[in-house]
Design a protein around this ligand. Structure first.
Ligand code: KG4
Ligand code: ZN
Length: 354
């Protein structure tokens, strides 16, 4: 699709993202102001701190996104903005900013579901990888800090929920187990890094299969991790309650590896099973956890074995960014959807029904 040039705004969680995207595929600019360093100090996101950081960075991010490409306001056809799900205060910053820009520059406003953005990141053309477009029916796995689910798409903007987590999101499990292992925030990239140093690879974490459903459960994994970490600390001779003592790097590596294997195994197995069951012609994956190199490699190998085309955006387009909102926004724009200036945040906005 060649199509509208959209300014896209993402502020649902802890990244301020502003992008200019053409036709939902071509990225002209994609600026992400990350708050990771800010939240690392508290080991997690404090919502008010996140909202204030968006307020601080959103205008400079816009300037950078426009300056990057020399885009002029007269070239912009509309403004796409995330209106949920996410943190209310963070969402409101992006929404209000988008509304003010839409009003001042007299541009149409398009409201985008953040989760739809994660799915549509797979439609962004990436010159660094295969410029393949997903073919319907698509099975999409979204794995982020707040969500983990599988949907079937038979056409654009149409979703049938196949399964979702019944408790924690996969990213949340990475973050919690990262904290248990004494690794930094966010836990996902830290666990990936630590796990790559594992040698014995003999620590086995449980898998919650939940029968033959496409649902996921990761909260038991956290409990198992606590038990396994406590046992390792006792083995190391640490006194109970001694939070200062750190496990040796080699032990942390084995534990991180065992945990990551469990999450990857369940995600890959269920995704491939779902894709086969619905007769998918392509699989897409998005969300922050999709940046995980082991998950990417394992899903690619499993899809290849069954000759299922797989499209996974590069890591920087899996974690939160504005370009993915421009990708989904272009489809909504083409469908004639317009939001009014009364647009409000929807912190619990769902993507799909069963
Ligand atoms: O999609 P995202 O950027 O924000 C949400 O919408 O939640 O996802 C953030 C999540 C965090 O839980 C983070 O730990 C996880 O994605 N993550 C990873 C990796 N990079 C980010 N998890 C595993 N491996 C990674 N390399
Ligand atoms: Zn996200």
């Amino acid at each position: 699709m060649s199509g509208p040039l959209l300014l896209a705004i993402e502020s649902s969680c802890d990244e301020t993202g502003i992008a200019v995207v053409e036709g939902g595929r071509r990225i002209h600019s994609n600026v992400v102001a990350s708050q990771v360093a800010l939240h690392a100090a508290t080991g997690g996101i404090v919502p008010e701190v996140a909202a204030r950081a968006h307020l601080r960075w959103i205008a400079p991010a816009l300037d950078a996104a426009l300056a990057d490409t020399g885009t002029d306001w007269t070239d912009i056809d509309g403004i796409a903005v995330t209106y949920g799900p996410g943190l209310a205060g963070s969402l409101l910053v992006g929404i209000n900013f988008a509304k003010a820009l839409a009003w001042v520059h007299e541009k149409p406003l398009v409201a985008v579901n953040h989760l739809e953005g994660h799915v549509y990141a797979a439609w962004l053309a990436d010159p660094d990888t295969d410029p393949m477009e997903p073919v319907f029916p698509v099975v999409a796995l979204v794995v982020s800090g707040g969500h983990t689910f599988l949907v079937e798409m038979r056409d654009h903007l149409s979703y049938r929920l196949l399964g979702s987590t019944v408790d924690d999101a996969a990213g949340e499990a990475f973050d919690k187990v990262g904290r248990l292992l004494g690794l930094g925030y966010p836990g996902g990239p830290e666990i990936q890094r630590a796990a790559s140093g594992a040698i014995a690879r003999d620590v086995v974490f449980p898998r919650a299969w939940l029968g033959d459903t496409y649902d996921f459960s990761f909260s038991g994994l956290k409990t198992a991790a606590r038990r396994i970490v406590d046992a390792a600390r006792a083995d190391a001779g640490f006194a109970p309650g001694d939070t200062e003592a750190h496990l040796p790097d080699a032990t942390v590596a084995e534990l991180a590896h065992g945990f990551q294997e469990s999450v990857v195994d369940v995600l890959v197995t269920k995704t491939i099973r779902a894709a086969t069951a619905v007769g998918a012609r392509s699989i897409v994956m998005g969300g922050g956890v999709a940046a995980n190199s082991v998950l990417r490699a394992r899903l690619a190998a499993a899809a290849e074995e069954r000759r299922l085309p797989l499209i996974v955006p590069r890591p920087g387009l899996c974690t939160d960014n504005g370009a993915m909102i421009g990708a989904a926004g272009a489809r909504r724009y083409a469908a004639g959807e317009r939001a009014g200036l009364g647009l409000d945040a929807r912190p619990s906005l769902p993507l799909a029904q069963r």
